[in-house]
Design a binder for this molecule. Structure first.
Ligand code: P71
Length: 463
């Protein structure tokens, strides 16, 4: 047989499909109409009008048969549910924190943490903002200051750890504000808004060395920390023979507290938590959760949700799982790179980010090129993506001016265990088509702007 021998051995997903959910194809004429009705905002589309939904990897994951069985083991007691203790055990075993307060999702934990730890006039340094995280910091009277390395703001820079903190910037912020005005340093791994970019272990250790002597705690946004651990395994000297689970635990050990949106790494459709090693914070959080979320042994979740999360955490740290998960994102990203399409490099953990400024140099940022690009991709193929640029960045709460970030991106986000390689091919071809039509593209103007997290509900029309 004269088949050429492949240059490498392929990998395949470490699962097979047991149940399928049909998806609907639409015509481009349909989609143009849907886009107008949705005010040129992909958040306002109906899911049934979407063919391949790459809006987010949040809560859109496919659960395993074990997780679904876990749903049947829900102990729906108001207080002291068995599933709460299973979840607590899983968080302690895999993330290492001593105490757990469940919340309905990540922002529930951010809300409680910010209310407890931040006082008016405080400064919170962090490795790039996240929308909900920063908003809760601001609502509590704090000001977020970005101390990520400069490379993170340059989409073409191939630094392997673009999530790293610039230690000189961090020291400067601490000196300026005074350690007493810094309730904690806010660390995320991977960094969503930078393009799903990881932080190295060495960098987190260095941040720890700066903070600890001054009594400044580190709060980790652990939403995609398993993906961060995988990148450390792949890229950081000394970690190649360690398991992702081991790396995750070491990474968390340099932090005091974490907030978590379990809708990402932990492979569930809803859930989150606040976990900490600090007994005082735990007691306050456990008390406050009853005001905003629910009793401290369910935090706004059903018992079955906590069981699915406990099981999802254990699955999420398996090397086979995470290699295939990030491998699929890399497959899509490499396709686009081969065709010369401008994306954020290196390819991120949860998504491929299209560089809208490079697509559309003729559209000024005040006409939201990334928002427009997300619309063109949807109209072309029914693939739904998300703007991560000026619309997401919103306005400065002090001046009311719009913020125009360096990164004007469209996030093509891959849910875990949901789509196949063939779906990725369709997505890549659609992005190529839109790239080839780039010169005809037009910008947008905002016709409706909500006060908080405007990107969710803003409406637009062609400029
Ligand atoms: C994502 C989301 C969901 C989302 C949130 C806001 C705007 C658009 C989409 C949520 C995160 C996250 C990080 C790093 C905290 C949250 C909030 N991401 N930290 O990427 O990525 O968690 O959604 O469970 O409340 O699509 P929550």
């Amino acid at each position: 047989m004269a088949y050429p021998k492949p240059s490498r051995r392929s990998w395949a997903e470490p699962w097979k499909i047991k149940m399928v959910e049909p998806i609907r194809m639409t015509t481009s004429a349909d989609r143009e109409k849907f886009m107008v009705e949705a005010g040129y905002n992909t958040f306002l589309l109906r899911s049934e009008d979407v063919y391949i939904d790459l809006l987010t990897d949040s809560g859109t994951n496919a659960m395993s048969d074990r997780q679904w069985s876990g749903l049947m083991l829900g102990d729906e007691a108001y207080a002291g549910s068995r599933n709460f203790y299973n979840l607590w055990e899983a968080v302690t075993r895999y993330y290492g924190y001593k105490y757990l307060v469940p919340t309905h999702q990540g922002r529930g934990a951010e809300h409680i943490l910010s209310k407890i730890m931040i006082h008016a006039g405080d400064t919170i340094p962090g490795n790039m903002y996240f929308t909900t995280t920063r908003l809760h910091q601001e609502l509590a009277g704090g000001t977020f200051v970005d101390v990520i390395i400069d490379e993170a703001h340059d989409p073409a820079n191939a630094h392997p750890f673009k999530g790293n903190v610039d230690l000189a910037k961090l020291r400067h912020v601490i000196d300026e504000a005074g350690p007493g005005k810094i309730p904690y340093v806010s660390i995320a791994g991977t960094v969503n808004m930078a393009g799903g970019q990881p932080q190295s272990m060495e960098n987190l250790r260095a941040v720890r060395a700066i903070c600890q002597p001054q009594g400044i705690p580190i709060v980790l946004d652990a939403t995609r920390a398993v993906e961060n651990a995988y990148f450390i395994q792949q890229r950081e000297p000394g970690y190649q023979s360690k398991k992702v689970a081991e790396i995750l635990k070491e990474y968390c050990s340099y932090t005091d507290t974490c907030t978590m949106s379990a809708k990402k790494d932990a492979l569930v459709n809803i859930g989150g938590w606040l976990a900490t090693n600090e007994q005082g914070l735990f007691e306050e959080a456990r008390n406050m959760v009853v005001v905003y979320e629910g009793l401290h042994t369910y935090g706004g979740l059903a018992g079955r949700d906590m069981e699915a999360m406990a099981c999802g955490i254990a699955e999420s740290v398996q090397d086979d799982h995470i290699r295939a998960r990030i491998g699929q994102v890399e497959y899509l990203g490499n396709h686009l790179l081969d065709w010369g399409i401008p994306i954020v490099q290196p390819i991120g953990g949860h998504a491929v980010f299209l560089d809208a400024k490079a697509f559309y140099p003729h559209i000024p940022q005040s006409q939201y090129p990334a928002q427009a690009l997300a619309c063109y991709v949807y109209i072309d193929s029914g693939v739904r993506t998300m703007e991560r640029g000026a619309v997401s960045a919103g306005r400065d709460p002090k001046t009311g001016e719009e913020r125009f970030p360096n990164l004007e991106l469209v996030r093509v986000t891959i849910p875990r265990r949901v789509y196949t390689q063939a779906h990725m091919d369709v997505v890549a071809e659609s992005v190529l088509e839109v790239f080839e039509q780039r010169e005809q593209a037009r910008g947008l103007k905002m016709t409706y702007e909500p006060k908080y997290l405007r990107f969710f509900q803003a409406r637009f029309e062609p400029a």
